[in-house]
Design a protein around this ligand. Structure first.
Ligand code: HEC
Ligand code: HEC
Length: 112
């Protein structure tokens, strides 16, 4: 590559990075969960997650499974996030159409 070609590649790389950051900064932050009984995560005395609202799993689960169980509760009311395999119109009840395709609800949506 000549020096000119190198600087063109360099400038294109900068443009891509700046463009990417600009795009990311326009995305909305995840809205908080409403501060009501059905959205309240329940913790035990040790601060471990044990349920949501008045819902509890049939038995105590390890942390990761517990989180998955709670996220499943979110999905039962809000519907599945859209993915390539599940087109939007077949899935969500209350999720926006361009919602991130992820099942880890409580990682993004914090309590109010
Ligand atoms: C029992 C059904 C139910 C469950 C379970 C539930 N939600 Fe909701 N959620 C609702 C309803 C109904 C609303 C809208 C009414 C309101 O604002 O209270 C709502 C509102 C929300 C909103 C706010 C939407 C807005 O307009 O700002 C977020 C975010 C949300 N839920 C996320 C979650 C997450 C994350 C979970 C799991 C931890 C969850 N929800 C579990 C029924 C549920
Ligand atoms: C990667 C972070 C992320 C994850 C994981 C995530 N969300 Fe969201 N959620 C968002 C963002 C960002 C928005 C706002 C996007 C928009 O309005 O298009 C949003 C919007 C919502 C809304 C609509 C709020 C409103 O004001 O109308 C609900 C309800 C919701 N999410 C529930 C869920 C549920 C249920 C799950 C788990 C299946 C989940 N989210 C997982 C980031 C996330």
């Amino acid at each position: 590559m000549t020096a000119t070609q190198k600087s063109i590649v360099f400038i294109m790389a900068i443009v891509a990075v700046v463009g990417g950051l600009t795009f990311l900064s326009t995305l909305e932050p995840p809205p908080n969960r409403p501060n009501n009984a059905e959205h309240r995560l329940k913790l035990n005395i040790k601060g471990e997650l044990i349920g949501i609202g008045s819902d509890r799993p049939p038995q105590i689960l390890p942390k990761k499974q517990m989180e998955a169980w709670v996220n499943q509760r979110c999905i039962s009311c809000h519907g599945l996030p859209p993915t390539r395999d599940i087109p939007y119109q077949d899935a969500p009840k209350m999720l926006p159409e361009h919602h991130p395709p992820k099942n880890t609800c409580i990682k993004c949506h914090r309590a109010e």
